[in-house]
Write a new protein. Structure first.
Length: 164
C-alpha cells in the first residue's frame, strides 16, 4: 500500500541561486539544509563519489503529512551531471511540479515583472477535471517546469479555498 507522497525533487546547478529563487520568487519556505557526503547516499543515488548539497522546502502554512518538506533541491557538488540545452515537457523522463494557487493572474504578473520565464500566460481550462480554472507553466533558473493551477471558483469553494 502506498500511504502518501513524501516529497518531490529537482536536481539544480547552483543550490544558493535555487534556494533564493524558490523562496524569494516562488514563495516557498526553507525548512532545512544539509550536505550529504556518505556511503549511504552514494549507494542510494547510484553515483560513485557523489556529494550532495540539499535544501528542503515547504509551502508556508501547509504541513505535509509524513515529512517536514514537500520539495527537495539537490546540487551534486561532486559527481556533477550535465545540463541539457532544454527540458521540454514532452521529453521522456522530464517531470514538473504543479502548485495550487489562489491568485494566478496577480502572481503571474508579479513573477513576470521579476524576470521569471513563463511558457504561457494563465490560460482558461476548458475541459476535464479542472474545467473553469486557470493554469500556466513557468521555468525555474535551471529550466525545470513549474505549473501554477487555480481551481474554478466553484471547485475552490467546495475545497474551502478562498480565491484572491
Amino acid at each position: 500500500m502506498i500511504a502518501d507522497v513524501l516529497h518531490f525533487s529537482f536536481t539544480v546547478s547552483d543550490i544558493e541561486r535555487s534556494v533564493r529563487w524558490y523562496t524569494e520568487v516562488l514563495g516557498l519556505e526553507l525548512v532545512h539544509r544539509q550536505r550529504q557526503d556518505n556511503a549511504y547516499t552514494r549507494m542510494l543515488v547510484g553515483i560513485e563519489g557523489a556529494v550532495l548539497e540539499v535544501a528542503q522546502l515547504k509551502i508556508p502554512g501547509a504541513a505535509p503529512a509524513y515529512s517536514t518538506h514537500m520539495l527537495e533541491l539537490i546540487e551534486y557538488v561532486q559527481a556533477r551531471g550535465g545540463s541539457p540545452e532544454s527540458l521540454p515537457t514532452n521529453q521522456v523522463g522530464v517531470a514538473h511540479l504543479a502548485l495550487v494557487v489562489t491568485d494566478i493572474h496577480e502572481r503571474h504578473e508579479r513573477m513576470r515583472a521579476a524576470g521569471v520565464a513563463f511558457r504561457n500566460p494563465p490560460v482558461e481550462i476548458t475541459a476535464g477535471a479542472n474545467k473553469g480554472g486557470w493554469a500556466c507553466y513557468l521555468h525555474d533558473p535551471d529550466g525545470c517546469t513549474i505549473e501554477l493551477l487555480q481551481f474554478s471558483s466553484e471547485r475552490a469553494a467546495r475545497l474551502g479555498l478562498e480565491l484572491s
